[in-house]
Design a protein around this ligand. Sequence first.
Ligand code: KIV
Length: 295
Amino acid sequence: MANIMSEKPTDVILGIPEIIEKYRIGEKLVMVTAYDYPSARAAELAGVDIVLVGDSGAMTVLGHESTTMITIDEMLMFCKAVRRGIRSPFMVGDLPYGSYEVSDEQAVQTAFRFIKEAGCDAVKLEGCGPMSISRARAIVQAGIPVVGHVGLTPQTAVTLGGYRAQAKNAEAASLLIQGALALQGAGCFCLVLEAIPSVVAELVVERIEVPTIGIGAGPATSGQVLVFHDLLGIGEGRDAKFVRRYADLLEAMKCGITDFAKEVRNREYPTTEHEYKMDPQEADTLRSILRSEED
Ligand code: KIV
């Protein structure tokens, strides 16, 4: 199997200072999700700034109907594989549902696992209510960088009325802006804004000092993130409004496997170029050994 790690990695290793500097000079930040070694390698080779090991992997990789089912151990396995595949991008691990809500202590303990066992540079958690703000503050105080996530927070999609845009009225938008400010106050060094009206994202960006990464939040944010499977066209079904597909890999994968199946069935694969050879004399010796054993 080909090993793409043999490609030369970029020299720059992105930490928080480099990300903040890009933000300061107005360079858009590029974040993409990854869940395993090949997706991580693709992200690194494409030169993205931040790789998010998202709990979206519950759906895109594990086939669950929502993100709530994924466990800490499954997320850690994804993170470890991604860590092996990237060197330059900053790596954020998503704290899964149920791994941080119970107490600040639980949140800090889970966050430490993502850093110590899986080599993440930071963790992300969802929400901007009092619980999320307290957990973010506790994790930051323990010395772990935290990315906040507001707007559509898939772990609580049921409470939010499904996978739909949030903060569409003035009252909800004002609460979201207060929440974003509170996450910043708790020490989050970056915020993801998901599925909110562009004008609300603009008002957040005007008011906070940390970089924002948008997904369905319009063009005003400091950067953009898309889910790997969405942007490369690996998933089936209808895309969210904010998704642009930059490739159709599901079709490419289907064609590749269909061609393989056809050639196997037609005896066109493998051909002699794919065969391991044995010295004909060795083959003769083998045949006579077998004959004498079978007599
Ligand atoms: O889990 C995920 O992929 C995410 C992104 C959508 C931001 O949280």
